[in-house]
Design a protein around this ligand. Structure first.
Ligand code: TYD
Length: 217
């Protein structure tokens, strides 16, 4: 019998410092003997990486932006995430669908219900139908690196050339943060909020604690 797959996503506003921990956790999970698929959104497949560069660099209206994020996600799920989970691998994904709710829903103010409709279209698992309705693919755990937007802005200052999201004002990131908060309130058991306003070592300990308490490392 194949081991059950494991799906962990990493979220937070730009500058929250999640990326180094994605790599480190991949190493820890590999240490348990699992194969790890380290990936990101938007992106993770050749097509989705093309959609990423459009979404991050070309001007477009909020619906187009949301559709591109979900189009990229659909390809990523079909080509990479679902096959990996079916093999019993661990998928560690730098951002997933909560980012769309936080950035397009919270940050851009795009309609939450429309995003939920797109989410159902893109993430439904057709083979698993339950009496309660269609089951959606969601991470088993979402680590939300929570940092005050003003601190994130200080960390990002002087970094490489900002993309369409990184160049947004603090008020945008406050709205993104509120979007994450709302998403967490809608499905609290899936989330672990990590206080990213501490030393890197303390953040890493919090990450390990969340994953360890679920018996995965
Ligand atoms: P990010 O994950 O921060 O990558 P990097 O570390 O290379 O900058 O960049 C992706 C950007 O895309 C980030 O600003 C958030 C944004 N984004 C959305 O707006 N919606 C989404 O659904 C996703 C996945 C990302």
């Amino acid at each position: 019998m194949t081991a059950q797959g494991l799906f962990i996503s990493f979220e937070g506003i730009d500058g929250a410092g999640k990326s180094t921990h994605v790599e480190a956790l991949a190493e820890r999970v590999r240490g348990t003997g699992r194969t790890v698929v380290l990936t990101r959104e938007p992106g993770g497949t050749p097509l989705a990486e093309k959609l990423r560069s459009l979404a991050l660099h070309e001007a477009m209206d909020p619906l187009t932006e949301a559709l591109l994020m979900f189009a990229a996600r659909r390809d990523h799920l079909q080509q990479v995430i679902e096959p990996a989970l079916a093999r019993g691998d661990a998928v560690l994904c730098d951002r997933f669908t909560d980012a769309t709710f936080a950035y397009q829903g919270g940050g851009r103010g795009f309609d939450w219900q429309t995003l939920s409709t797109l989410e159902r279209m893109v993430q439904s698992l057709p083979s698993v139908s339950e009496a309660s309705g269609v089951k959606l693919r969601q991470p088993d755990l979402t680590l939300w690196f929570d940092l005050p937007p003003s601190t994130a802005a200080e960390r990002l200052a002087g970094a490489r050339l900002p993309d369409r999201f990184e160049s947004q004002p603090i008020t945008f990131f406050e709205a993104v943060r509120a979007g994450y908060e709302r998403r967490m309130s809608e499905d609290p058991s899936r989330f672990a909020r990590v206080d990213a306003n501490q030393s890197r070592e303390q953040v890493w300990q919090a990450v390990c604690q969340s994953v360890h308490s679920r018996g995965w490392i």
